[in-house]
Design a protein around this ligand. Structure first.
Ligand code: NAD
Length: 416
């Protein structure tokens, strides 16, 4: 895959699954493209009195299984092809965890670090004025993504409700709790991944409570994985963690809660008492039972896949493993829990938020955890069973499960 255009990559991944499934040409072509996309300009009055024109997108990739769902990303390098690829991946992610939603994504080309709070609010409201009529709980439901926050979701919801003239909190998720956000959204991504690890460990007959684990990337996903691994699996030894500034290792185990506290206080993991330094690349090759790539894309490649020793790689990050490395890890017997299954806990709890908003009845934290556990366990079982039956690696198995579900919905609707 020399062409790194993300949408081309997304199409190639689908092509592989379509070939394996023997998908008919019309369904295959339908699933290769977004069903609908919107491109628009957003004029914003800046604090200095000038007007600046921003460019925005919303892609509704496929809604055969339900309203489209996906975040809005604010990034200076945002392109329509990035949004298309992310919308395609959302389609497969929602289908993999079997929630009744399609896939969508949105974006604004901007650098939020250069915007004041007031400018951000006017930009958020402008986005809704431009495309809001295409959104709604039964049409398309946005959420936060890179550089968008619960506060931005709150402004967007307020603008939408002002336009439609009534309460409509389910039109967007990832809202602050007082405005209809869901309990349990904060750690949902890591929690969903750890549930998958629990199921994978059973299959591989690993005693998860005694297993060693290492985490690359110590942000939202990685920090929660550190503590939830112990909480959900009843133990385990955290051996190493890293962030963009470097990593630390202690063969006797690192106190997960203490290192999270240290990271929050100092902004780094380096120098955590009782540990020695380790590079990000060495961390990936440690002899641990479970690895959590939780930072960036493209970190496990054909150059280092042969040196990976973990038995399970739980991809909380999006796209940490290249296609070439996937094949190598599979041949080595390493079980990869692919990103769009392993990190689907976030969108699953977003879906719960939408359901609670629609009912105007809110669940307890325990209810959210129980429902999330069921969805993640079912997703793992479906993908693992497909892997066994079709003798393919886990990512291809996940694609096969997801694409089959979306294709079936398209067929039942009479589209193909
Ligand atoms: P974050 O910004 O909170 O944390 C990212 C972490 O990665 C930071 O600790 C950063 O220091 C570290 N990092 C950056 N460059 C690194 C490098 N070269 N080596 C090691 N660490 C490095 O982000 P997040 O929300 O935790 O997301 C992490 C990954 O998980 C991303 O790929 C994201 O797309 C994916 N993901 C997150 C969620 C979610 O709900 N947070 C949901 C789905 C997928």
């Amino acid at each position: 895959m020399s062409d790194m255009n993300p949408f081309k990559i997304a199409q190639q991944q689908l092509d592989e699954a379509a070939k394996k499934l023997g998908l008919d040409p019309a369904t295959h072509e339908l699933l290769r493209w977004p069903m609908r996309e919107y491109h628009f300009t957003i004029p914003v009055k800046m604090d200095n009195g000038a007007t600046r024109i921003f460019h925005g997108y919303r892609v509704q990739y496929n809604n055969a299984r339900g309203p489209t769902k996906g975040g809005i990303r604010w990034h200076p390098d945002e392109t329509i092809d990035t949004v298309r690829a992310l919308a395609a991946w959302m389609t497969w992610k929602c289908a993999a965890v079997n929630i009744p939603l399609g896939g969508g994504k949105g974006g604004i080309v901007c650098n939020p670090k250069e915007l004041s709070e007031g400018e951000k609010e006017r930009l958020a409201r402008g986005y809704i004025r431009a495309v809001g009529k295409e959104l709604g709980v039964h049409r398309d439901v946005p959420a936060p993504d890179v550089y968008t926050t619960p506060q931005i979701m709150a402004w967007m919801m307020d603008e939408y409700e002002t336009i439609v003239g009534h309460s409509h909190p389910g039109m967007i998720t990832g809202k602050p709790l007082p405005l209809g956000g869901s309990e349990g959204r904060g750690d949902a991504t890591a929690r969903g991944g750890v549930y998958c690890v629990r199921e994978a460990a059973k299959k591989l007959k690993i005693d998860a409570g005694k297993a060693s684990y290492a985490i690359q990337g110590f942000g939202n996903a990685g920090q929660f994985a550190a503590t939830l691994h112990k909480e959900i699996l009843g133990g385990g030894k955290l051996v190493a963690v890293s962030d963009s500034r470097g990593g630390v290792i202690c063969k006797n185990g690192i106190d997960a809660q203490a290192i999270v506290k240290y990271k929050l206080e100092t902004g780094k993991v380096e120098g955590f008492p009782g540990t020695s330094p380790i590079s990000n690349s060495d961390l990936l090759e440690l002899d641990v039972d479970i690895l959590y790539p939780s930072a960036l894309e493209g970190v496990i490649t054909s150059a280092n896949a042969n040196n990976i020793k973990a038995k399970i790689s739980c991809e909380l990050a999006n796209g940490p493993t290249t296609p070439e490395a996937d094949a190598i890890l599979h041949n080595k017997g390493i079980l990869v829990l692919p990103d769009f299954m392993a990190n689907a806990g976030g969108v699953t709890v977003s879906y719960f938020e939408q359901v609670q908003n629609t009912y105007n009845y809110y669940w307890s934290l325990a209810d959210v955890h129980q429902q999330l556990d069921r969805r993640m366990t079912d997703a793992f079982d479906a993908v693992y069973n497909t892997r066994e039956k079709a003798r393919v690696h886990m990512r291809l198995a996940a694609y096969m499960v997801a694409v089959t579900r979306v294709a079936e919905a398209c067929k039942l609707r009479g589209w193909v």
